[in-house]
Design a binder for this molecule. Structure first.
Ligand SMILES: [Zn+2]
Ligand SMILES: [Zn+2]
Length: 370
């Protein structure tokens, strides 16, 4: 598949400013928005492409790499990771929040829905293993406690909009047609506030800190998102609340790394353990476990401890723990150790292992030029 040209996709010039790129992306979002193109897979695909393009070009570092090296310069760095249009809106919540679509698509009017909010949560490997409930503290728009969201001063109520007489719509005659549109005075509510609440100046909203409990399922990975419906900003005058999107960051672990559902651990053993075989102790996320190292284990060999990895997020079972053996060469020796190793070296000079022998043969050939 040919790589898309990000500028072309967005319909932006190569020297477009950050603001121009944002405008181009908003325009594309309007054009391909699923509400306007219901069930249209092609529109959805194009919208995903635009999101991908914008994600790269809106980041100055990645844009510079893209300009210099083309798509190869930015490949591998979290490309095409959007799962769907909803995911894209969540990711760019700051661009699409605050009634962006209502405003631009006209039509709907009325009080604005609350904005979606985005937060990051940090998890440890242990929390990923067991799942966790995290409490997130955010400051968000809440229904004004003084006027209970009406926006009107306590004891007064909203009055009928004088412009539309409470219908929320106004009619305009254009030739033989009668056009109806949302009343610009009350934005479709049919009511206006004459005596605004002093606390919220009539918006019906105030900012307050809030705590939201987020249930994180076991096995979640870095970069994935969780959504808490209705936990974003409160809407104007009791319009629906926005959602809270939580982007998961998994903190690096001092001894483990992660590969999908598998846990990876490098474990040093001594030269003698490798040569003679040993039972060693290895760390797991749930304490220590024992592992049999057979005689003649080479450095770099990987042993699999079944079921000691992370739970599979969307399914059953668990990944494995992969133990990568590293043969440790001693940095200092006691006199006794040195004596024994020197004795061993003398033996090795005559009794070379087959692998070492073939290496020595190759080396000799290389230096002799034949
Ligand atoms: Zn108020
Ligand atoms: Zn009105």
């Amino acid at each position: 598949m040919a790589k898309q040209d990000y500028y072309e996709t967005l319909g932006a010039a190569r020297d477009a400013s950050a603001e121009d790129l944002k405008k181009a992306f908003r325009k594309a979002a309007l054009k391909y928005h699923p509400d306007r193109n219901p069930g249209d897979k092609e529109a959805e695909r194009k919208f995903k492409e635009c999101a991908e393009a914008y994600e790269v070009l809106s980041d100055p570092d990645r844009r510079a790499r893209y300009d210099r090296y083309g798509p190869e310069g930015v490949s591998g760095s979290r490309q095409s990771h959007f799962t769907g249009t909803e995911d894209i809106f969540a990711h760019f919540a700051d661009i699409f929040g605050n009634g962006f679509f209502q405003d631009l698509m006209g039509g709907r009017g009325g009080p604005r829905q609350g904005a979606h909010r985005r937060v990051q949560i940090e998890l440890t490997f242990e929390e990923v293993l067991h799942g966790v409930e995290q409490t997130i503290e955010i400051t968000r728009n809440e229904v004004c406690s003084e006027c209970d969201g009406s926006g009107a001063k306590r004891g007064t109520g909203p009055a009928t909009c004088p412009y539309c007489h409470g219908y929320g719509q106004v009619q305009q005659r254009r030739g033989m047609f009668v056009m109806r549109q949302t009343c610009p005075n009350c934005r479709g509510a049919g009511q206006v506030i004459q005596d605004p609440c002093a606390k919220c100046s009539g918006s019906g909203l105030e900012t307050r800190p809030a705590k939201v409990a987020i249930r994180v399922p076991p096995g979640i990975a870095d970069g994935q998102r969780l959504v808490a419906r209705g936990e974003g900003d409160a809407g104007e005058h009791h319009a629906p609340r926005g959602d809270l999107y939580c982007e998961v960051r998994v903190k690096p672990h001092p001894i483990f790394t992660r590969d999908g559902d598998d846990l990876v651990c490098e474990t040093p053993i001594t030269y003698t353990q490798a040569a003679l075989g040993a039972e060693i102790e290895v760390p797991t996320l749930e304490g220590k476990a024992r592992l049999q190292i057979p005689r003649g284990t080479q450095s770099g060999r990987v042993f699999r401890m079944a079921g000691k990895g992370f739970p599979v997020l969307s399914g059953r079972g668990r990944g494995h723990e992969l133990v990568r053996i590293v043969v440790d060469v001693p940095r200092s020796l006691t006199d006794e150790q040195e004596k024994l190793l020197r004795r061993l070296a003398e033996l090795e000079a005559v009794n070379v292992t087959p692998r070492r022998k073939s290496f020595l043969d190759k080396a000799r050939k290389y230096f002799n030029g034949d």
